[in-house]
Write a protein that binds this ligand. Sequence first.
Ligand SMILES: NC(=O)C1=CN([C@@H]2O[C@H](COP(=O)(O)OP(=O)(O)OC[C@H]3O[C@@H](n4cnc5c(N)ncnc54)[C@H](OP(=O)(O)O)[C@@H]3O)[C@@H](O)[C@H]2O)C=CC1
Ligand SMILES: O=C1O[C@H](COP(=O)(O)O)[C@@H](O)[C@H](O)[C@H]1O
Length: 525
Amino acid sequence: MTANKSHTIVESVIEKVDCIYERLRDQVIRMGTSTGSESHIFFVFGASGDLAKKKIYPTLWWLYRDGFIPEGTHFIGYARSQITTEKIFENAAKYMKVKDNEHDLYEKFVKLNSYVAGSYDKDEDFKHLTNEANQISNQESAHRLFYLALPPSVYGSVSELISKHCRPKSPGWMRLIVEKPFGKDLESSNKLSEHLNKFYTEEEIYRIDHYLGKEMLLILFFKEDIGTQGRGGYFDEFGIIRDVIQNHLMQILSIVAMEKPRSTKGEDIRDEKVKVLRCIAPIKPEDVVIGQYTGDKNSKDPERQQGYLDDKGVPKDSTTPTFAQVVIFINNERWAGVPFILRAGKALNEKKAEIRIQFRSTPGGMFDDDNHGSDPNGKLARDELVIRVQPNEAIYLKLNTKRPGEMGFSIEETELDLTYGNRYKGVKLPDAYERLILDVFMGSKINFVRSDELEQAWRIVDPILEEIDKKKIPVIPYTFGSNGLNEAFDAARKHGYIFRGTYVWKDERSSSETNKEVTKVEDKK
Ligand SMILES: NC(=O)C1=CN([C@@H]2O[C@H](COP(=O)(O)OP(=O)(O)OC[C@H]3O[C@@H](n4cnc5c(N)ncnc54)[C@H](OP(=O)(O)O)[C@@H]3O)[C@@H](O)[C@H]2O)C=CC1
Ligand SMILES: O=C1O[C@H](COP(=O)(O)O)[C@@H](O)[C@H](O)[C@H]1O
């Protein structure tokens, strides 16, 4: 992305970060006062699954440990498997991070949990579930929160049966948390929305996109250093655009590009996000680069030797993309002509998520070519605002300075550095799911996706997904552990994003030889 109003963007990013802190403080204060003695039941549908064990149960434990779960809350897992609560906690144990001095508290938390086995489509099983819940909480009007950690294929029946049989008696309220993907394309997403609207008010629906719960909130580049790791069965039906770009990156794009909302209220923020999305035309095939990873036969790591097609559940002739780059334009007064490059890939060289806002070169430069320090192009490096979402949250502004100590005018690339770990020592940044589940308890919808945002995001990616599904766009192979696709870097350059590779951020300065190699590859570009 290139822009020339650097001060405006820096200000707005700082305002947004301030706003996040205020919200968190606000939530904590309200949490202590608003819930009183009313009890809550938190249901985990798909309690036997991957998300439940890696994220949902650990998050519930952390919230409980930190005093964010209202007194009198019970947790009920539900799935088809004939398992026990003990088994659920055994599976989740390695993600719980229980400290030595927390074992007693952890035991108390575990005791608040139960498990009910049942189908996803039979009335009697949901009636049974609600009877169990009434007995466990001893209160038919306890507020009920339902987390659907389930494959989307069963959202329809489960949401219907929950509404029919599991609503609390008045004055209890209910909230339904729906995991992404919200549909597979615009049509199926609209159908899902219509279905949910038959049984729930918009107020009751929380469409979760966990990237909205990350501290830094903003991202456009998304790299993962792992493959699909056995999730190939799910992934193959969706691919990287549906898995990451349509939701996480499109959400973040709308936050980066939105105008200042009227207030920090959820509806005001979401109104601004939708306005931006409405100004984006559907992505064109020529603005897309897609790829699929192959195994690195030279790697000593058995995981890296496996290509996408080796993952169980992936058909041997699959052309599902595991990497994609799309270029988007926002047709409004502020952003006309500024390319937004969204790039996401699995099985790359590192795990990193960041936004880079590159500022245009100043016309009529005043420095001679000879005086530009390490710049191989003989021109000043562009200023760039980088928002590092993960790992090691940071905001840094890359810029040029006169080389300190020198008598002449040599220029050096440097940075203004706001690394959270240094600036906010001792501050615990909550995990994305912690923040979001707390939001649901509190009834705050700021960080959840509204149905019109969802519809707009699908509208933008839908035509290109059709082209990909019809195999009309070439899928370029890349090796597990590589930095990405040369074709993607070339396309970004064509759109004016200049990556010189001469600047190295401090995290990378001290890192391994692998990273140095990667930097060299990009240097050549
Ligand atoms: N895992 C992750 O890291 C992430 C997952 N998500 C989303 O969260 C949701 C859950 O994901 P995840 O936990 O990985 O999914 P799983 O595949 O682990 O499924 C969860 C549970 O659903 C049941 N289930 C699985 N397949 C089917 C099926 N075909 N029909 C009916 N029930 C089935 C199983 O329980 P049982 O057989 O006991 O009924 C399983 O334990 C998905 O929508 C996913 O996209 C979002 C972000 C990250
Ligand atoms: O939603 C998803 O996100 C994860 C990455 O999340 P992160 O918090 O670890 O960055 C991704 O692996 C998964 O494919 C996708 O469904």
